[in-house]
Every structure is written in structure tokens, then in C-alpha cells.
Design a protein around this ligand. Structure first.
Ligand SMILES: C[S@@+](CC[C@H](N)C(=O)[O-])C[C@H]1O[C@@H](n2cnc3c(N)ncnc32)[C@H](O)[C@@H]1O
Length: 295
């Protein structure tokens, strides 16, 4: 089946290109709040966050940290709100997110991004569904939030649990989707029993992305193809449309084409266009239309 793809270079906090209730599935991985690699993106796009970091550097403590965390989630929340608008009744939103740990001015703490996003999405009107834990190959346990476990890591009570899972949060807008009996495309999209048993269990043990990526690609923190591959097959039907509001290197759009789904991707960093196009070209035989919109 031939597919159509739209890449919009601009912020997904507003999606005027999309009509209400027209998208069946959203699959994405946003910049993670309170993870260092995304600090500058949040600060550049939101002057309030930049000002709060400056205040923090000048010495003001916990209140500023809390406000920075809130502001980062307000930034992402605008995208979840727009996603809710463009999804059709019964549409599913899948959000890959990691929690963050960080020591700020000597204080170690966890920033539970997954619970904050769940709270915000529920307030928007989404129904929360059982989530998936993406278990990454285990990294070394940490002591006091940094470095490897030292000898004293064997003594209670000051060691921390290693964060070796990320979340794939699942939400539904409205009611269960309805299809006519024996809908042709739905039946063409059927998965196998082994796939169903593995994909619909709560823990996915998957490796991260290749280490052979370019520097630019590495900076997008691309997720492995297998994540959108499973989610797209689990929650959409061939010929439907998948939205990724944080497209990064274009993984979701590529995997949508591979699985005979259309895609719409938003990306605010124009430098990523060449990588996105390269990924899409791998499946150009399945692509009937490729539209690029520069805001
Ligand atoms: C974690 S990366 C996505 C990685 C992607 N899943 C992949 O496999 O390449 C998040 C991306 O969101 C982009 N971004 C951040 N804010 C955005 C916004 N408001 N609108 C569109 N893209 C945004 C960043 O530039 C970054 O490329």
C-alpha cells in the first residue's frame, strides 16, 4: 500500500496544519524534562525557564528547581493538548519518556516525568491505559547518584536504585474505536499470536539505538525502530495516519512508511531535515507523496 508523509518544520505546540479529529495514532518521545542534554532546548524556547536557571545559579534553591520542572512540563503539555484535539474518538497516544535524576546544588532527587505527564494528560481529558516499561540493558548501579557503586554501596541505607527502565505511556481519547464487521484493512493489519503475547506484556527488554550514528543523530536521542514498529502495529490499521510531534531523526515516519501507514511529523530543529529525508528514502518505494512544510 502506498503512503503519504508530511514533515512540518516548526513547533508542535500549535498544529494549525491539522484538522480536529483526523489522526488515529500519536507515537513520540519528547525532550525529557530535567535531563541535562535537553536543558538548552527548553531554555531557548522558553525565556521563563532560562531566567529561572539563572536565578538558580545565583543561589536561590528549591523553589526555582520546582518552577523549572513545572515550566518544562507546561511546554510539553501544550503539545499533549494539541494532540488531544487532532486525535479522532478512540485514537491512542503513546509517549516514550524517562524519569530524571539530578543533583542540583548538592541535593539529589528524582523528577518523575512519567507521573507528571500522566497527570497532565488526564487533566486534558485522556483516559490512562496500562503502560509499558522499556527495560534497557542494565547499567552499573549508582551510589549517591553518581559513579559506580563503591564498597559502601553494600551498606544501608544511602544507595539508590538504578534507573534502567523508561516508560511508554498509553492514553486513549474518548471511546473504543468502532469498525464495520470484517473491515478489510483491520484484518490485513492482524498481528500473530507470538507478537500479541510479547507486545502486550508490560516489560519490553530492548536494546537502545546503534552506537554508529552521526553526532547530529545522537543528539536527537533517537529511539530504536522496534518501539514505533510495535506501537504502530498494536494501535493503528494499515492506511491510517500516525503523528509524531517530536520527530527528531524521523524514526516514527520511517517505520510508519514501512508498515503502510501515513505519517505527520513536527520537528523544530531544521538541521535534522537531512537525516529525516535520508531515513524516509529507505522506504521510498512505499511513499506516494512526501510533503515538506517550512513555517
Ligand atoms: C527525543 S527527540 C525525538 C527523537 C525521535 N524519537 C527519533 O527517534 O529520532 C525530541 C525532538 O523534539 C524536538 N522538539 C523539541 N521541541 C519541539 C517542538 N515544540 N516542536 C517540534 N519539535 C520539537 C527536538 O528538536 C528533538 O529533535
Amino acid at each position: 500500500m502506498l503512503t503519504e508523509h508530511k514533515i512540518i518544520l516548526g513547533s508542535s505546540q500549535i498544529m494549525p496544519e491539522l484538522t480536529d479529529g483526523t489522526v488515529q495514532l500519536m507515537v513520540t518521545s519528547p525532550p525529557y524534562p530535567m535531563i541535562k542534554m535537553w536543558d538548552s532546548l527548553f531554555a531557548q524556547t522558553d525565556p521563563i525557564i532560562a531566567a529561572l536557571w539563572q536565578k538558580l545559579e545565583a543561589g536561590s534553591q528549591e523553589e526555582s528547581v520546582r518552577k523549572i520542572y513545572d515550566a518544562m512540563h507546561n511546554y510539553l503539555g501544550k503539545v499533549w493538548q494539541e494532540t488531544y484535539r487532532v486525535l479522532l474518538d478512540g485514537g491512542i497516544a503513546c509517549i516514550n519518556i524517562g524519569d530524571a535524576t539530578r543533583t542540583i546544588n548538592g541535593k539529589f532527587q528524582l523528577f518523575p516525568n512519567h507521573s507528571r505527564i500522566t497527570e497532565i494528560c488526564e487533566r486534558i481529558g485522556f483516559t490512562t491505559l496500562p503502560y509499558i516499561l522499556w527495560k534497557k540493558p542494565t547499567t552499573k548501579p549508582k551510589y549517591k547518584g553518581k559513579g559506580a557503586f563503591l564498597g559502601s554501596g553494600f551498606l544501608p541505607p544511602n544507595a539508590y536504585v538504578t534507573m534502567d527502565c523508561e516508560f511508554i505511556l498509553l492514553f486513549r481519547k474518548g471511546n473504543l474505536r468502532k469498525f464495520p464487521p470484517h473491515d478489510e484493512y483491520r484484518y490485513l493489519s492482524k498481528f500473530k499470536k507470538t507478537e500479541r503475547d510479547e507486545w502486550f506484556s508490560q516489560i519490553w527488554a530492548l536494546k537502545g539505538t546503534r552506537q554508529t550514528m552521526s553526532e547530529l543523530e545522537r543528539r536527537t536521542a533517537a529511539y530504536p525502530d522496534e518501539i514505533p514498529n510495535r506501537l504502530i502495529k498494536m494501535f493503528s490499521v494499515k492506511g491510517e495516519t500516525v503523528l509524531d510531534p517530536f520527530l527528531g531523526s524521523g524514526t516514527t515516519a520511517k517505520i510508519a512508511a514501512q508498515n503502510e501507514r501515513n505519517s505527520i511529523g513536527y520537528e523544530s530543529d531544521p538541521n535534522l531535515l537531512s537525516i529525516i529525508t535520508k531515513k524516509m528514502n529507505q522506504f521510498d518505494k512505499l511513499v506516494a507523496k512526501y510533503e515538506l512544510i517550512k513555517r
